[in-house]
Design a protein around this ligand. Sequence first.
Ligand SMILES: CC(C)(COP(=O)(O)OP(=O)(O)OC[C@H]1O[C@@H](n2cnc3c(N)ncnc32)[C@H](O)[C@@H]1OP(=O)(O)O)[C@@H](O)C(=O)NCCC(=O)NCCS
Length: 156
Amino acid sequence: VAITYRPLTPADLPALFALDQRCFPPGIAYSQREIRDALRLAPRGFHRGAFAEAALAGFILTLRRADRGHVITVDIAPEYRRRGLGQALLSAAEAFYRHTGAHGMRLEAAVDNTGALAFYAGLGYHTVRRLPRYYSPRLDGVLLHKDWAPESEAAR
Ligand SMILES: CC(C)(COP(=O)(O)OP(=O)(O)OC[C@H]1O[C@@H](n2cnc3c(N)ncnc32)[C@H](O)[C@@H]1OP(=O)(O)O)[C@@H](O)C(=O)NCCC(=O)NCCS
């Protein structure tokens, strides 16, 4: 089935929340309110959904934070993973921030989320530092950055 991409709207909120619950363990998944607040700030950020027919297959939520695009989350439904949807959504966000003058991207991930860490490393993200107890008293995070040179715009 063909995947189509479109901006997210408040009407997508229940599907976003349901998919986030499937993608993250309890305590790490966002609350419905956190997702709603991120969507409300949409004019300051970049959000997009990947849809298989009408069903949500994945999405990305990002916000501008100082001179970087900040990835709040990338969620791909388990049955749609390893088909390039995550990469397509992240690349679209990077293009948005590059074109609006940001210097790079940033995000946090849990140290035990090996799949996501491999995903980001392969797309040019590097570890800046460990974030002790970022997710819980027993779960550290890592801060990842991707940087691009101003002239890379012309090189593309
Ligand atoms: C991490 C995640 C977003 C990746 O999405 P995806 O659509 O499966 O990723 P893509 O198909 O675009 O993968 C691109 C490349 O990243 C790497 N990659 C992706 N998932 C990987 C995994 N689980 N293990 C190792 N490498 C992985 C591969 O190199 C892959 O290319 P390949 O499939 O040709 O080998 C997805 O697994 C997910 O939603 N996980 C749960 C939520 C989460 O942890 N999100 C990140 C929050 S910080």
